[in-house]
Design a protein around this ligand. Structure first.
Ligand code: HEM
Length: 557
C-alpha cells in the first residue's frame, strides 16, 4: 500500500470514529433527555380541586364574580403554590404563585408564555399589550424612558389641574351637607381625564356634568360588556379568524354577519381608532410648528405622546416605531390605565370609609405636611415622602390587587421549577419541577402571591397599613419574588410588567392627598359594598342591580 493510500485510510477511519462517537453521544443525550422528561412530574400529579364539569372545568370558579375570592383562597390554603386546575373540555392547567415558578414564567422565559387577552390586536392594534418577542422588546425600549421619574415629575401640574377639577365637582355636590356620591364613577372619570391630558394632551371630560358627555367615555364603558356578549366566539373563533383570514376578507365577513353586538363592537373599535389617529395627527402637526405652539396645548408638550413622538424622531432607524405602533399605544394606555387605577383608588376610599381611624391619621399627616411646606400643591418629592399615605396605598394594592390573575399559554414544552418541594397528589412524592406541555394554560395568581402566609406572615390576610412602617419580614425580602414594585405582584414582574406603575402611584397619591384633606368619607347606610372578581375587580351594591358603583357619604372634613 502506498504511503498516500494509507494516509487516506487513516483519515477515513478517524472520520468514521468521530461520526460514531458523535452519534453515540447524541443518542445517550437524547435517551437521557427522554428519560428525564419521562421522570419529570406532570401537571396531573399535582394536587388540585375537583372539576365542576368536564365542559367548563374550574373556569367559572376561577373568575366567579361572587365566589372567585373563596375559590382562590381555598386553592392557596388547601393545595399550596403549585396546583392543578381544569380548563375547558377536561384540559389540565397549571395554577401558581410560587416565586421561582413565577420567575420562570414572567422573567426568564417571558416570551415562551403568550398572554391570553380579552380583545387582543382587534381592539388595540399593535400596542404594547399585544406584542411579543423582538417587537415587544423594541416598543419597550422606546416606551420605558417615556415613563421615567423625570417625566412623571414634569406631569405633576397636569395631574393637579385635573384633580382640582374633581375637587371642585365634589365640593359643589356636598356644599349643603353630607351627600351620597358614586365615587367609582368619579374615579373612572378622573382616571380617563388624567391619562387623556397627561397621556396625549387631550381632554375627554369637563368634570362638570353629572355624567360624562364625550363619546369616548361612553364607548369605553360599553366596550367590555359588549365584548362579554360576544362570549366564546371572542376567545375561540376570533383568534383563528385573525390568524388565517386576511384583513379585507375578515372585514367583509364581519360586515355581512347578521350579529348586532359584533357590529356594535366594530363601530366602537373603529371610533376609538379614528380618535387616536386624529389626536396623533394634531400632536404631530403642533410639534412641527415648534415648542411655542406645543406649550399652548393641554399637555404643554409634557404628555406621554409628545415625548414619544419626539424621542421616536431622533431614534436610530432600527429602534424607530412606525405610526401605527405609536397610534396603537393610545387605546392600549387608556385600556391599561383607566379601570385598574380607578378601581384601585375606589378600593382605598372604601377602606378609608370602613376605617375612620386610618382616614384621620392620613388626614393629619397631610395637614402637618401642608403646614410644614406652606404650599397649596406638594412637589413630587414632598408627596412621595408622606409615609402613611404610601403605606395605605401599598397595603391596599397588596391585599386587593385590581388584576387578580394573569393567564398565559405555553408556546413550547417546558419544565417549570418551584422554590420548595410540593407534595404530589399521591401524598408520597416530592415535586420540585413540573413538565408543562406546549399549549397549556398557565394561571399566575397575583392575588395569592400578595396574600401568601408563608411570605408575608400570619397576618397576611389582614389590611394593616402599619406593616409598611417597619422593616418587612425576611420571608418576603429574601423570597426572590419577581415583583417590579415593593415585593408586590400587583404590577407583575419581568419585561412585561406594568410600564405605568409609577404613573399610577403618582395619580393615586395626588388624588388621595387632595381629597382626604378636604373631604370626609363614610359608609352609606344600608348599602353594603361587595367587590366582584372579574378581569379587574370592581364594587357593586349587595342586592343591587349588579352595575359597578361605590356609593359613599361625602362631606367637607
Ligand atoms: C393600579 C393600577 C394598575 C395596575 C394594578 C396595573 C397592573 C398591570 C399588570 C398586572 C400588568 C401585566 C399584564 C400582563 O402581563 O398580562 C400591566 C401591564 C401594563 N400596564 Fe398596568 N396597571 C396599572 C396602571 C397602569 C397605568 C396607569 C398605565 C399607563 C399609563 C398602565 C399601562 C400598562 C401597559 C402598557 C402594560 C403592558 C406592558 C407590557 O406588556 O409590556 N398600567 N399592568
Amino acid at each position: 500500500m502506498s504511503l498516500q493510500a494509507s494516509r487516506i485510510d487513516a483519515t477515513y477511519t478517524t472520520l468514521l470514529q468521530s461520526i460514531f462517537v458523535t452519534f453515540l453521544a447524541a443518542s445517550i443525550w437524547s435517551l437521557f433527555r427522554r428519560n428525564r422528561k419521562a421522570s419529570i412530574p406532570l401537571i396531573s400529579q399535582l394536587p388540585g380541586p375537583p372539576s365542576q364539569s368536564w365542559l367548563k372545568g374550574n373556569h367559572e370558579q376561577l373568575f366567579g364574580l361572587t365566589d372567585g375570592w373563596e375559590f382562590h383562597e381555598t386553592l392557596a390554603e388547601k393545595y399550596g403554590p403549585a396546583v392543578q386546575i381544569k380548563g375547558f373540555f377536561g384540559s389540565k392547567q397549571f395554577y401558581t404563585f410560587d416565586p421561582q415558578a413565577m420567575h420562570h414564567i414572567l422573567v426568564k422565559h417571558v416570551f415562551s408564555f403568550t398572554p391570553i387577552r380579552t380583545g387582543g390586536t382587534l381592539l388595540f392594534g399593535n400596542g404594547l399589550l399585544n406584542m411579543s418577542g423582538e417587537q415587544h422588546r423594541k416598543q419597550r425600549k422606546m416606551l420605558n424612558p417615556v415613563f421615567s421619574i423625570a417625566h412623571m415629575r414634569s406631569m405633576m401640574p397636569i395631574f393637579y389641574d385635573v384633580v382640582d377639577q374633581l375637587e371642585t365637582a365634589l365640593s359643589q355636590r356636598v356644599h349643603s351637607g353630607p351627600t351620597e356620591i358614586d365615587l367609582l364613577s368619579w374615579m373612572t372619570r378622573t382616571a380617563l381625564e388624567l391619562i387623556g391630558q397627561s397621556g396625549f394632551g387631550y381632554s375627554f371630560d369637563n368634570m362638570v356634568d353629572d355624567v360624562p358627555k364625550h363619546r369616548y367615555s361612553i364607548v369605553i364603558k360599553e366596550l367590555m360588556p359588549s365584548l362579554a356578549r360576544l362570549s366564546i366566539a371572542r376567545t375561540s373563533i376570533f383568534p383563528l379568524v385573525i390568524k388565517f383570514i386576511p384583513t379585507r376578507i375578515r372585514t367583509f365577513l364581519m360586515n355581512i354577519t347578521p350579529w348586532k353586538t359584533l357590529h356594535e363592537v366594530r363601530d366602537m373599535v373603529n371610533y376609538m381608532h379614528e380618535l387616536s389617529v386624529h389626536v396623533y395627527q394634531e400632536k404631530k402637526h403642533a410639534l412641527e410648528q415648534g415648542d411655542e405652539v406645543v406649550a399652548m396645548q393641554i399637555g404643554r408638550g409634557k404628555d406621554l405622546l409628545s415625548i414619544l413622538i419626539k424621542d421616536n424622531m431622533v431614534a436610530d432607524s432600527e429602534d424607530k416605531l412606525n405610526e401605527d405602533e405609536i397610534i396603537a399605544q393610545m387605546s392600549t394606555f387608556i385600556f391599561a390605565a383607566m379601570d385598574t387605577t380607578s378601581n384601585g383608588l375606589s378600593r382605598i376610599l372604601h377602606l378609608l370609609a370602613m376605617h375612620p381611624d386610618v382616614q384621620d391619621k392620613m388626614r393629619r399627616e397631610i395637614l402637618e405636611a401642608r403646614n410644614r411646606h406652606q404650599r397649596e400643591r406638594f412637589s413630587y418629592d414632598e408627596l412621595v415622602a408622606l409615609p402613611y399615605l404610601d403605606a395605605v396605598c401599598r397595603e391596599t394594592l397588596r391585599l386587593h390587587p385590581p388584576v387578580t390573575s394573569l393567564i398565559r399559554k405555553s408556546d413550547e414544552d417546558t419544565v417549570i421549577p418551584v422554590s420548595h418541594p410540593v407534595q404530589g397528589k399521591d401524598g408520597n412524592s416530592e415535586i420540585t419541577e413540573i413538565f408543562v406541555p406546549k399549549s397549556t394554560a398557565v394561571v399566575v395568581s397575583l392575588l395569592n402571591a400578595n396574600r401568601s402566609l408563608e411570605l408575608w406572615g400570619p397576618d397576611a390576610l389582614e389590611w394593616k397599613p402599619e406593616r409598611w412602617l417597619s422593616p418587612l419580614p425576611e420571608s418576603i425580602t429574601d423570597s426572590r419574588i419577581p415583583a417590579i414594585y415593593a415585593y408586590l405582584m400587583t404590577f407583575s414582574g419581568g419585561s412585561r410588567a406594568c410600564i405605568g406603575f409609577k404613573f399610577s402611584q403618582l395619580e393615586m397619591k395626588v388624588v388621595l392627598s387632595m381629597l382626604v384633606e378636604k373631604f370626609n368619607f363614610s359608609l352609606a347606610p344600608k348599602k353594603s359594598i361587595f367587590w366582584q372578581m372579574s378581569l379587574i375587580s370592581s364594587p357593586v351594591v349587595d342586592g343591587g342591580d349588579g352595575h359597578s358603583q361605590l356609593p359613599l357619604i361625602v362631606e367637607l372634613a
